[in-house]
Design a protein around this ligand. Structure first.
Ligand SMILES: [Zn+2]
Length: 393
């Protein structure tokens, strides 16, 4: 292969990890003008190293307008995603233009063991190896259900966490788990909090698309998580704790010490404890999935419970909206209907507790991507990792 200029190499790398990118997007990403990009693109097309196509209607992702995108010929790059959170483990093989080639989700009751973690990751890679027309994943993204700090792992004190059973988090999460997986599977690993990945997904492809500042909130039977984005980039704070809404204090009189070491955290009110309020009239065995199905049937009691959860979370979110001034607040309670019910409670609190200037231009939206938010957010995250460009502000 002929040697290329540095700018051509840079451009090829971008197209490899962002197939379908337009000339304008390429120019934006590289921080140059389209007139600078055009001759390099033309030369690479003449050399048959890239092609420019308008995707057929059936192949579009339903996102945005049809566009002439640049791609590399031959096999496409993939990433492996492994998201642990909200009571399940989601695994997938995804292309860098967001095609989910294979996916699976299994329930995880309590702690994910080291063996489960490694075996699940191995399954993704062996599955990917059997797929036609793709290169083996060069990167594995790991989504984790707690604040994650690169080089440290679990970014909160080493205490039992009732959300995940009395043993708390698995030992592999008490150190940075990237090295463990990299050693076992000989693959590059990038890790991030699952709600932060969800925030990236909804901001790039879902309900918060194009938002200048967005808050993403995910509620399940396991707890509540949230992520913040600014101009499509993640704001994780100095140690990855930003958006850790579960541990915002909402009850000064609480008598329960939280897993985080504080007291009166939001999680105490609307995590697993929330379902206990249904036990007397709906049975002890009720799960969050049961709650969702009862809400689909418009049953008043369960609907009330989720509205109340929205009011409790909304009190904290109202302050965040005043402070952060987002234009979109995306809520995912598991289904669109449940998200709408949650929004009812949240918006009531925001109307009461946030000043008019914070409410101006603020839209509350149900999530559009559901469980796929973190998986698609992983594509954005993995691309940043592959190209060495930060997806965080
Ligand atoms: Zn706490």
């Amino acid at each position: 292969m002929a040697s290329h200029s540095k700018s051509a190499e840079r451009l090829l790398r971008q197209i490899r990890y962002a197939p379908g990118i337009t000339r304008h997007e390429l120019a934006d990403t590289l921080g140059v003008s389209v007139t600078t990009v055009n001759p390099v693109v033309s030369k690479l097309m003449d050399d048959r190293l890239i092609t420019e196509v308008i995707p057929a209607k059936a192949d579009r992702q339903g996102i945005g307008r049809p566009r002439a995108g640049l791609t590399l010929p031959g096999k496409v790059e993939t990433l492996a995603t492994l998201i642990w959170g909200h009571g399940g483990l989601s695994t997938a093989v995804v292309t860098f233009d967001n095609r989910v080639l294979w996916s699976d989700r299994v329930a995880v009751d309590g702690v994910l063991t080291t063996e489960q973690l490694v075996e699940s990751a191995r399954t993704i890679l062996t599955t990917a190896a059997k797929l036609d027309g793709v290169n083996a994943p060069r990167i594995l993204t790991l989504g984790l259900p707690a604040p994650y700090e690169p080089g440290v792992g679990l970014g909160q004190p080493d205490t039992s966490d009732t959300r995940h059973g009395r043993d708390g988090f698995a030992s592999w999460f008490r150190a940075d788990p990237r090295q463990l997986l990299a050693d076992e599977l000989k693959i590059r690993v990038a890790a991030e909090n699952d709600a932060n990945l969800g925030a990236l997904g909804e901001t790039h492809f879902g309900a918060a698309r194009g938002a200048r500042a967005a808050i993403y909130v995910k509620l399940s039977g396991q707890g509540i998580g949230s992520g913040l984005t600014i101009n499509g980039k993640l704001f994780a704070g100095s140690h990855g704790f930003a958006g850790e809404i579960a541990h915002v204090r909402v009850d000064d009189d609480s008598r329960i010490i939280c897993s985080c070491g504080s007291r009166g955290c939001l999680e105490e009110k609307i995590g697993p404890n929330m379902l206990q309020q249904l036990h007397v009239n709906y049975g002890d065995e009720i799960t969050y999935a049961d709650l969702l199905s009862m809400i689909e049937q418009d049953m008043p009691g369960p609907t009330r419970l989720l509205q109340d959860a929205g009011r409790v979370a909304g009190r904290a979110l109202a302050d965040m909206c005043t402070f952060f001034n987002p234009n979109v607040l995306v809520l995912d309670a598991g289904t669109t209907r449940a998200s709408e019910v949650l929004i009812d409670g949240v918006s009531e609190q925001i109307a009461q507790s946030a000043p008019p200037f914070a409410r101006r231009g603020l839209t509350l939206k149900p999530a559009e991507l559901g469980e796929m938010a973190s998986t698609l957010g992983s594509v954005v995250f993995a691309r940043g990792s592959a190209l060495g460009t930060s997806v965080s502000v």
